[in-house]
Design a protein around this ligand. Structure first.
Ligand SMILES: [Zn+2]
Length: 248
């Protein structure tokens, strides 16, 4: 009789042990796949960008993600036009589709229009088939809007191999950034954004700001901060250019 209990116990042990090993294999395989698929492209790309950063000069590259937004993007375009500044807009394709007039205005006023995904999904979590499908869809939308994209910035800078493969097959270039001012946050102020921009920016920097999404009217604070810092940067002798002229 005691043997029955022993058998059950032993069986359980063997099964548990087998499951444990299996789990380790599965987790190991998933970890390696995640590492190759997204973590290495994301953090490797950031490291490469830093290592290849050109010598500082007097040029600043203003870039704006997450738009176009029907409320804030026109205000931002007005401000840039006031100072004769050309910037680079990394637009979310579905927002661009809803605001074709803003895309036309960006083009007309000499800004560069890059792509910032179809719907702002996180590339680290997106399976390859979905990533490829979204990429192609987004590229088609931009083409239909008469603004084919040659530059791409992944949401949150989270790349994956599927997206990179599509990007290179379309002859596009990935764009990262040097300066971030956390301007999307709901609990920051225009003054804090301006302070961060002044402190973190040096000649040759690509600045990443936002004209859409964000919390509690975040783009309004971004625009207010730019009202503050742009005249000072111009007085200091900086000039502004679009990322197609950024040389690694
Ligand atoms: Zn974004």
């Amino acid at each position: 009789m005691p043997m029955a209990g022993c058998h059950i116990s032993r069986g359980k042990f063997i099964v548990t042990g087998g499951n444990g090993i299996m789990k380790k294999y599965v987790l190991g395989a998933l970890g390696t796949a995640a590492l190759c698929y997204s973590i290495v492209p994301t953090y490797g790309g950031k490291l490469l960008h830093r290592l290849r950063r050109p010598e500082p000069d007097d040029t600043l590259y203003l870039t704006f993600d997450d738009g176009p937004d029907p409320v804030y993007t026109p205000q931002l375009l007005d401000l840039l036009s006031e100072y004769g500044i050309h910037a680079s807009f990394f637009v979310v394709a579905q927002s661009a589709q809803r605001n074709p007039g803003l895309i036309a205005r960006m083009k007309r006023e000499g800004h560069l229009i890059g792509l910032h995904s179809l719907q702002h999904k996180n590339g680290m979590l997106q399976p390859p088939i979905s990533a490829c499908r979204d990429f192609v869809h987004a590229a088609c939308i931009m083409q239909q809007l008469g603004a084919p994209a040659f530059y791409y910035r992944a949401p949150w800078g989270h790349w994956n191999l599927a997206c990179l493969a599509e990007l290179y097959s379309y002859g596009m270039k990935p764009v990262l950034w040097d300066v971030m001012a956390q301007d999307w946050r709901g609990d920051t102020t225009a003054k804090e954004i301006a302070q961060k921009l002044r402190r973190r920016t040096c000649g040759g920097s690509i600045l990443c700001l936002h004209d859409g999404r964000g919390k509690n009217d975040a783009p309004a604070r971004t625009i207010a901060a730019l009202h503050d810092v742009l005249p000072d940067w111009l007085d200091a002798g900086f000039r502004f250019d679009t990322v197609d002229h950024y040389e690694h």
